[in-house]
Design a protein around this ligand. Structure first.
Ligand code: E4P
Length: 225
C-alpha cells in the first residue's frame, strides 16, 4: 500500500519524501490556501520540485491537483483540467464526484488526462469513478468517521466491488486522521493512504517502543564493555 502526503507545502513534501519515501502527493483548495501561495505559484512550485528530483511523470510520482471548485459545467472542468495537466506530466486532476464531474472524468481519461474522482462518500459514487476507469478514487475517511460511520466497512465494500468488476481505479483513502484509520483502510483493501505529515509521524510511534529502548539502554550501560 502506498503512502501519499496530503499537503501543498513544499517543505512538508520534501520532509516526507526524504524521511519516509512518500509515493505521491494530494492537494486540495484548502491545502493550497494553507501553503500561503496563489494557486499557480503553488502548483508551479511543486512542478519545479518534481523536475529537480527527476520524478518524471504520474506513473512514478503522481500529484493530484483539484480543478476550481466553482466550476459546474463539464466543458469548464475539462478545459481547466487540460490547462493544469499541461503544466506537469505528474499532475492528476481532481474532479468532484458530481454529475458534471463524472462526465468530465470520462472525457479526460479517454484523452489521456488522468483523473482522481474526489469528495466520494458512498460506494455508488465509487462505482461511477470505476466505470470511467479513473486513475484514482478518493473516498474521504476522516469526514465519515467524524460523522459516526465506519471507514473499514466502507472501504471494504468499494474494494470488493472493484475486484468483482475488474475496475482498474486505485482507491486512495483520503482525509485519514489516525494510525487506526490507516490500519482499517489497509486491512479493507485500500491501495493508497493520503494523510498529513503529523498523522504518519504519530503512526510510527508506540509507547512500548520508547519504554523498550529505555530498558535496552539501561542493560547496555550495565553490561561489561
Ligand atoms: C484528499 O485527497 C483530500 O485532499 C483531503 O484528504 C481532504 O480532507 P481534509 O482537508 O479534511 O484532510
Amino acid at each position: 500500500m502506498k503512502y501519499f502526503l496530503d499537503s501543498a507545502k513544499l517543505d512538508e513534501i520534501e520532509d516526507a519524501y526524504g524521511t519516509f519515501g512518500i509515493d505521491g502527493v494530494t492537494t486540495n483548495p484548502r491545502h493550497i490556501q494553507a501553503s500561503g501561495k496563489s494557486f499557480m505559484d503553488a502548483i508551479e512550485g511543486i512542478a519545479k520540485w518534481l523536475a529537480d528530483r527527476k520524478l518524471s511523470d504520474y506513473t512514478v510520482f503522481p500529484v493530484s491537483v483539484e480543478v476550481n471548485p466553482h466550476l459546474e459545467k463539464t466543458d469548464e472542468m475539462v478545459r481547466e483540467a487540460r490547462r493544469i495537466a499541461a503544466i506537469s506530466k505528474n499532475f492528476v486532476i481532481k474532479i468532484p464526484c458530481v454529475g458534471a464531474g463524472i462526465a468530465a472524468s470520462r472525457i479526460l481519461e479517454a484523452e489521456g488526462v488522468r483523473t482522481n474522482v474526489t469528495l466520494v462518500f458512498s460506494p455508488s459514487q465509487a462505482i461511477a469513478a470505476g466505470r470511467n476507469k479513473a486513475l484514482f478514487v478518493s473516498p474521504f475517511i476522516g469526514w465519515k468517521e467524524a460523522n459516526g460511520e465506519d471507514a473499514g466497512a466502507y472501504i471494504g465494500t468499494i474494494a470488493e466491488i472493484y475486484r468483482i468488476h475488474n475496475y482498474p481505479t486505485e482507491i486512495i483513502c483520503a482525509a485519514v486522521r489516525t494510525g487506526r484509520q490507516i490500519v482499517a483502510c489497509a486491512a479493507a483493501g485500500a491501495h493508497i493512504i493520503t494523510a498529513g505529515l503529523a498523522v504518519y509521524q504519530d503512526s510510527f510511534k508506540h509507547p512500548y517502543t520508547r519504554d523498550g529502548l529505555e530498558l535496552f539502554r539501561n542493560a547496555w550501560d550495565n553490561t561489561k564493555q
